[in-house]
Design a protein. Sequence first.
Length: 477
Amino acid sequence: MTIEQQSISLHPSQHRRASSLRGLCGGALHLPGDADYDRVRLPWNVAVDQRPAAVALPRDVGDVQTVVRAAAAAGLRVAPQSTGHNAGPLAAHGLEDVVLLRTDRLRGVNIDPERRIARVEGGALWIDATEPAADHGLAPLHGSSPDVGIVGYSLGGGIGWYARQLGLATNSLTAAELVTADGEFMRADAANNREVFWALRGGGGNFGVVTALEFRLYPIETAYAGMLVWDRSEAEQVLRRWSCWAPEAPDAVTTAFRILNLPPIPEIPGPLRGRSLAVIDGAVLGTDAEADGVLAALRALKPEIDTFSRVPARSLVRLHMDPEGPTPGVADSTLIDALPDAAVDAFLDQVGPGSTSSLLAAELRQLGGALGRVPEEHGALARIDALFAVFGAAIAATPELAMQGQLDASAFTTALEPWSSGRSYLNFAEGATDAKTAFDERAWMQLKGIRSAMDPDDRFLANHRIPRLFENGRVTD
């Protein structure tokens, strides 16, 4: 589609309303037809085709306030987005009447080593925080990729390599700053706007544009971390051992089991390039002797590669080898309560030895431990009600690969549905998902009530939408 075609893809009245926003953000507002529109509308997952009425790139909180107020005056909604790793659900809503507010320019980070608190602006990535925190011997509850946005990850839950010991990242938040639907600035924490602070911790971007977060740091300088690698032909014995080991493992360990089908490209180390592998990676918080004891049952299977050792905590943000930089991908996910022999069989039937699945990665993330308990201080997402998270992803470099990858990802998660917990983890939900499935009934009702109070005119659009209590003349589910 050409730029000229894009510019008329909006309804003329929508285009006129978007044009009224010209001049905002120091000129950093782009409409369909502008030279930079195609560049700035792209999310991290470039397979997602999001075409908003306008894209705003604010430089500071004042710019965010201006955009929110101007969008409301023009009859447009606002969708906050940092990196766009999880952009699929947002695009599925339809963005013809939406200003996409990208927080790329808000990257400031401040580490307070005495209080063990980090303050990050709305567009900061995990690598922006993990490095300066490590300089003080501290670590945040970061994710498995360095270029994931901190805000989106944290508001949606956050499962990292310390999660079974220290819980969801969202429950380590200590404060949030946001711009509300009327364009006002708000700080929410344990003493101020407590209901909003509760809702933000798990409720995502439904309540305003989050311009900064503060969160706890932990005195973690090193961890015993790495990966165990076997050829995929060994996947059955490895997965059966891990499926029994993982539920009984101490909280100090957090791991993932994956089948990786690696392409033959130079970026992948020679011994792994172009191969199908069974991989267990993760981290243990404890002494070397304790970690060796925990891992002994897995090491007894004689992995081809064993990199587990004492490593700097700062290195864990790249342990999982997630792609960095804009990448086209499709994925599907689910949560399961158990991994009995029949579930292992279903997993292996889909992606084990002999499979022709197009999935780059088929993953089981170990949950339980602190992730399954309600902490004393928590927000709307207090815990994850499952023992394993299931995630399948494929590279979508062409429309044909995207279609096949989505079919294979869906078939993979569907095969494990008999053991489903019935819940969703929204940070892993790459397609349109009923957000209600992430919360218990009481939390869901509270979230809808707070959304109704914070955004009565439905000005904000989040990737996973929480409805107001009453919409279109009826009570929402």
